[in-house]
Design a protein around this ligand. Structure first.
Ligand code: BGC
Ligand code: NOJ
Length: 819
């Protein structure tokens, strides 16, 4: 095992004022990316302008092409080339990689600004997707920093994807013959398959006359060249070819002349258009360009672009003003106030579909994933959360079970990554209760929602939650604990799988009929979210229903007490043979994090000390320098009755990796027993803004969470993978804001219940809750971790620690004394 020496190396810095991360060295340890777009049109963009764009669905409507797992890394993007005499360079360093005199990439809230300087010229590109627009604006500002007039050439470049990203990567025998484009003026249109079954095309425009264009990739690059050395740019002219098949691209060629100190703005627009069937054509074979022209016109001046950009900034100002902390620790504040909330919006939008680790073709919107993402998002745009909850519920089956995912474009569930995960249904109760706590909107429970998207069997959303609850009750195993099914939250604990065939997926193989393997994690979840269900029953006048449900919860608690405790921690599961998983009796995998998290969050063992004992065991066995590992000891052999978990090398992913998604479960557990020092210590260990100095080891972006950090048993502990699209974002946001800082929305008010490190003297939070603003000042004169001795609202002391709901639009001051 190598415990590598940690280099102190940063590649940039946080500019909190502007809410940006500023990268000053393009040679980052991994591409550090950002997302553009908030509604329908989206782009991924790296610090060197790599990435791609798509409309709604990264699989079915991929607009530009990207090459995953290619060499060099991050291949494909929206590139600009400058040919200045014999020197060719790109403002984002890649793809040409000419050494720049200076380089900077500023990733901000839904925009990225990349700038480079070379030999007295500077080029800055602002990339963003304006609100409500199906297109990406690229505003290029060229400057002559020299004292002589400069003439040079600018080339743009993007490569079209033939829409279906999966087919595009595999079906070459067809696709090399289908590509079609049109060019009119300075606009290049991509219209492959438009004449038959598609009603959409894309375009790439610039608001200036061009000296030429190219649409055929092989001519542009030269067959044996990469993006770094396009043959056409070396020659310095484009040949105005119209692509027929092969790989259509879009490149504009502009000749620029700048006086000393002069500058020029150019606005490029990468857009997407849909037309009605009877409005597809302008004339025979010529596409109707009306909508494209309208979009181009609305961004054809710098002023229009600036105004759209200001709207985007205002949109983020408003979103981020809903929860703001001032803790005195800049690393905490920037994560809570800016980046963690931003990442929550991104996971809300993308679930697990498209990142630099998710190819956009394998996974759509996850049932469990998207439900969990909502707990970090619901305060931002509650209306969108509501819509999402109902979309997810509409994919549920009548028996309460669920498709594991659905495609964003069709909103229909599918089995592509398996089904029958028995934790899935319960997450719907979590998201719905989080929504109601945030908004007080019980009407969501009355919405009529289909099962399996079949309107004829629609029932109220409340009924969906009921089916979720009873899906557990109806699927209990021999110990009265929930059957695990395909797997629970841990997709890799495949207790009914027994796979010997390397050609089958652990996610979809279930070759033993279940009926025995049980999950103590689901048991804990059932107690925790079952209580929310009971609450909702009471709130809607269904007391009998509540009483009935409570009986099942009590029975579950009893089953956990009897069969779920191992002596020093909670067991994880019972396997196919009824043997214990996650017990001192096991040789490997003696203890797992998930059941410690869920049982303690559910309050199990709070009265008799088992919660403390379990959390002590976590500290002793699972904690390490970089976070809390998932299980210990790591598996070193393939255990056929456990499945995928034991396939990973020790210390990675679900086999004793630090799965950052579940660390907050322990943080929350710690806050329930009042150990604020430990809770925050766990928080800090995996929080990206605290890891900036070890970027060489950590590798992924210091402004967003990664799904996994290699654990203590790994070859290189501390190295992260799979950044951005992970439930880690929502759960850590939930843990820090609601349980550590302790400002927690509840059905009838705002709970104030901080659990912080003792040395803190206090902190301030501004929280917009149900339309009223609360300026909360927490003071900790006695240096306690938990406990509130006094709360004053607008100068008057209140009873207890729940701030009642004040009038919409009111501004309220809240003074809290801990002790
Ligand atoms: C990964 C899991 C993931 C699952 C579903 C597995 O290979 O280890 O983290 O949830 O695939 O796609
Ligand atoms: C990632 C998946 O997206 C999520 O659904 C799952 O719970 C975790 N991996 C753990 O396996």
């Amino acid at each position: 095992m190598s415990h590598s020496i940690i280099c102190v190396m940063k590649y940039g810095y946080f500019d909190d004022q502007k809410r940006e991360y500023v990268i000053t060295d393009p040679n980052t340890p991994y591409p550090w990316i950002n997302y553009l777009g908030n509604e329908d049109f989206f782009s991924l963009i790296s610090n060197t302008a790599g990435g791609y764009a798509f409309y709604k669905d990264a699989k079915y409507r991929r607009i530009t092409r990207f090459r995953y797992n290619n060499v060099p890394i991050d291949n494909g993007g929206r590139y600009f080339y400058i040919k200045d005499g014999d020197t060719i360079w790109s403002p984002g360093w890649k793809p040409v990689k000419t050494t720049l005199d200076s380089y900077e990439c500023r990733h901000g809230m839904s925009y990225t600004r990349i700038s480079g300087k070379k030999n007295g010229l500077s080029a800055e590109i602002l990339y963003f997707v304006p609100l409500g627009i199906w297109g990406e604006v690229q505003k290029v500002t060229l400057r002559n920093l020299d004292n002589r007039t400069r003439k040079f050439k600018l080339f743009s470049f993007i490569e079209w994807c033939l829409w279906n990203a999966e087919d595009d990567m595999t079906n070459f025998q067809r696709n090399f013959s289908t590509g079609e484009v049109e060019v009119e003026g300075s606009v290049i249109y991509h219209k492959t398959e438009y004449k038959e079954r598609r009603n959409h095309y894309a375009f790439y425009s610039v608001n200036a006359d061009i000296a030429g264009f190219e649409t055929d990739r092989d001519t542009f690059l030269g067959l044996y060249n990469g993006f770094d050395r396009p043959a056409a740019i070396e020659k310095g002219v484009l040949q105005n070819n119209i692509a027929h098949g092969w790989s259509p691209v879009a490149s504009h060629y502009l000749e620029i002349e700048l006086a000393p100190g002069g500058s020029k703005d150019l606005i490029f627009l990468l857009g997407y258009v849909e037309n009605e069937e009877d409005e597809k054509w302008a004339s025979n074979g010529v596409i109707n360009k009306q909508k494209a022209s309208a979009m181009i016109t609305s961004f054809n001046t710098s002023d229009k672009v600036t105004s759209a950009f200001d709207d985007l900034s205002a949109y983020w100002d408003e979103l981020l003003a809903k929860y703001e902390v001032d803790s005195g620790d800049a690393r905490l504040d920037r994560l809570v106030n800016i980046w963690n909330q931003y990442q929550c919006m991104i996971t809300f939008n993308f679930s697990r579909s498209a990142s630099y680790f998710e190819s956009g073709i394998g996974r759509g919107m996850g049932f469990r994933d998207s439900n969990q993402d909502l707990i970090g998002f619901v305060h931002q745009v509650p209306e969108r959360a509501r819509e999402r909850i109902l979309d997810i519920a509409a994919t549920q089956f009548e028996d309460g079970g669920a498709y594991h995912q659905y495609q964003p474009l069709t909103k229909k569930g599918n089995n592509a990554i398996g089904g029958n995960f028995n934790d899935d249904p319960l997450w719907l109760i979590l998201s719905t209760s989080a929504y109601i706590k945030e908004t007080g909107d019980y009407s969501i429970l009355e919405e009529q929602v289909p099962f399996d998207n079949d309107e004829t069997v629609a029932q109220s959303h409340f009924e969906h939650l009921r089916r979720s609850f009873y899906h557990v009750v109806n699927n209990l195993g021999p110990h009265g604990l929930p059957l695990i099914g395909r797997a629970d939250w841990n997709d890799c604990l495949n207790l009914n799988c027994f796979s010997k065939d390397p050609n089958e997926s652990f996610q979809t193989t279930e070759n033993k009929s279940g009926g025995v393997a049980e999950s103590i994690m689901i048991a804990g979840m059932f107690v925790l979210y079952g209580e929310e269900f009971v609450h909702l029953c009471h709130k809607t006048g269904k007391d009998r229903e509540a009483e009935e449900a409570r009986k099942h919860i009590i029975a579950m608690r009893t089953a956990i007490d009897k069969h779920g405790w191992d002596g020093k921690w909670f067991l994880r599961a019972y396997d196919f043979f009824g043997n214990k998983v996650g017990s001192e009796e096991n040789e490997e995998g003696k203890i797992f994090i998930e059941s410690q998290g869920f049982c303690t969050m559910a309050g199990i063992g709070l009265e008799d000390g088992r919660a403390v004992t379990a959390l002590d065991s976590v500290k002793e066995r699972l904690d390490c320098q970089y976070g809390i590992v998932l299980n210990n000891p790591a598996f070193t052999r393939y255990v056929i009755e456990y499945g995928e978990i034991s396939t990973y090398p020790a210390g990675y992913k679900e086999n004793a990796g630090i799965f950052c998604h579940n660390n907050p479960w322990i943080m929350i557990g710690e806050t329930l027993i009042g150990r604020g020092d430990l809770a925050f210590d766990y928080y800090r260990k995996i929080a990206p803004s605290y890891l900036e100095e070890i970027s060489d080891l950590h590798k992924t972006e210091p402004y967003v969470y990664a799904q996994m950090i290699a654990g203590k048993d790994a070859f290189r502990p501390g190295e992260a993978k799979n950044s951005w699209l992970t439930g880690t974002a929502a759960w850590n946001y939930y843990a820090i804001t609601q349980y550590i800082l302790g400002i927690r929305p509840d059905y009838d008010g705002l709970i104030i219940d901080p659990c912080i490190p003792r040395e803190w003297v206090g902190f301030k939070v501004n929280r917009l809750f149900r339309g009223a603003m609360y300026h909360i000042v927490v003071k900790n004169p006695d240096h306690v971790s938990k406990g509130v001795s006094m709360i004053k609202v607008n100068g008057s002391v209140i009873e207890g620690n729940v701030i009642p709901i004040y009038e919409k639009g009111s501004i309220n001051t809240v003074e809290v004394i801990m002790g």
